[in-house]
Design a protein around this ligand. Structure first.
Ligand code: 3PG
Ligand code: MG
Length: 396
């Protein structure tokens, strides 16, 4: 179904006060941005608004600070610096912005962390109205936060004179729709990560939707345990074994669920840890599974090579440690080499894609983590639903 929202690119922004919600929630260490991926993804939207002659106010959250107590550790100051470098112009950071900011046409300012404001996370209507008063046009572009109904992602869109979707949000939604609505088959999902409990709904939904479901990390370990294998000291969730058994039994859908036949194990995960390849059934009680083995990686590579569409979230091993990186590297290389339409999302997945330098060979790299998963679950993202409502009432 076509995306029924007003698009920023269809509006005349000249001289307008344009409030753009981005997701600039990036990792910061010692006052510096350590991965600018989300800032880069927002650049085309911001540049387009500037070139159109808009007076641009950018809003974002960073981390999960306590409202009402501006904590310097969660300040957007490092983001303002990095954004300024990437835009090639200084970006002023406005601390008190809710009472109004004077911005000249073709100029841009960044508002301080929106989660410092009381009522943001509760989608408080008063706060949303104050934000709406700051603009002629509200642009929702924060795909990564589109699963949160908060004042700056949702409430403001109800009250702003015009509320539209920014180019990044549109691109994200269109890429996901291309992968899931009428996918070229076989449709494959690769879901890794440490916990089944945080991905139960997505595993359930994908089982019914995809042709093949490849699992990694603690999720795969839990499913291996459910299949009767001893997983030793591996990261897994005992209380999710019953769910994993239902998944294996095909209770949620027909997806093929290939399990690792060999794994890389070690008895510790410190810098000097050495991996050993073992049959998946022969893991000893003092060992941890930390990666898929070479036979499994080869089997997954063959499957990935045959896929028509690939959705990827989560690594298949502890790829940050060189001893246990091979499985995730081989998966990343196979996705990159594949002709399939491929879409990847989630913080760890993005880090793996950066580490193995395959980003330019993945069809679409999403900025979303939680939002990406909720979309895969088939959930309607609340911020998108609100934009659709506004588009409907603007029409009728
Ligand atoms: C994310 O990083 O997933 C988004 O920025 C949303 O952040 P949140 O989980 O703190 O709402
Ligand atoms: Mg490719």
């Amino acid at each position: 179904m076509a995306l029924a929202v007003i698009r920023m690119t269809d509006l005349d922004l000249r001289g307008k006060r344009v409030l753009i919600r981005e997701d600039l929630n990036v990792p910061v260490k010692d006052g510096r941005v350590t991965s600018a991926a989300r800032i880069r993804a927002a650049l085309p939207t911001l540049q387009a608004a500037l070139e159109a002659g808009a007076r641009v106010l950018v809003v974002s959250h960073l981390g999960r600070p306590k409202a009402g107590k501006p904590d310097p550790a969660s300040s957007l100051a490092p983001v303002a610096v990095r954004l300024g470098e990437l835009l090639g112009r200084p970006v002023p950071l406005i601390v008190r912005w809710l009472d109004g900011v004077d911005v000249a046409p073709g100029e841009l300012v960044l508002c301080e962390n929106v989660r410092f404001e009381k009522g943001e996370e509760e989608d408080d209507d008063k706060l949303a109205r104050r934000m709406a008063k700051l603009c002629d046009v509200f642009v929702m572009d924060a795909f990564g936060t589109a699963h949160r109904a908060q004042a700056s992602t949702n409430g403001v869109a109800r009250h702003a004179p015009v509320a539209c979707a920014g180019p990044l949000l549109v691109a994200e939604l269109e890429a996901l729709a291309a992968a899931l609505d009428e996918p070229k088959r076989p449709l494959m999902a690769i879901i890794g990560g440490s916990k089944v409990s945080t991905k139960m709904e997505v595993l359930q939904a994908l089982s019914a939707k995809v042709d093949e479901l490849i699992l990694g990390g603690g999720i795969a370990n839990t499913v291996l345990a459910a299949s009767g294998a001893n997983v030793g000291k591996s990261l897994y969730e005992l209380d999710q074994v019953p769910f994993a058994k239902r998944l294996l039994a095909g209770e949620f859908g027909e997806a093929e669920l290939p399990l690792p036949t060999d794994v890389v194990v070690a008895t510790s995960l410190d810098a000097s840890a050495r991996g050993r390849v073992k049959r998946a059934r022969d893991v000893a009680s003092d060992e941890m599974i930390l990666d898929i083995g070479p036979e499994t990686a080869a089997a997954y590579q063959r499957r990935i090579g045959r896929a028509g569409t690939i959705v990827w979230n989560g690594p298949v091993g502890v790829f940050e440690h060189p001893e246990f990186a091979a499985g995730t590297r081989r998966v990343a290389d196979a996705v990159a080499a594949s002709e399939a339409f491929s879409i990847a999302g989630g913080g760890d997945t993005l880090a793996a894609i950066e580490q193995f330098k395959v980003g330019d060979r993945i069809s679409y790299v999403s900025t979303g983590g939680g939002a990406f998963l909720e979309f895969l679950e088939g959930k309607k993202l609340p911020a998108v639903a609100t934009l659709e409502e506004r588009a409907r009432s603007a029409q009728g």
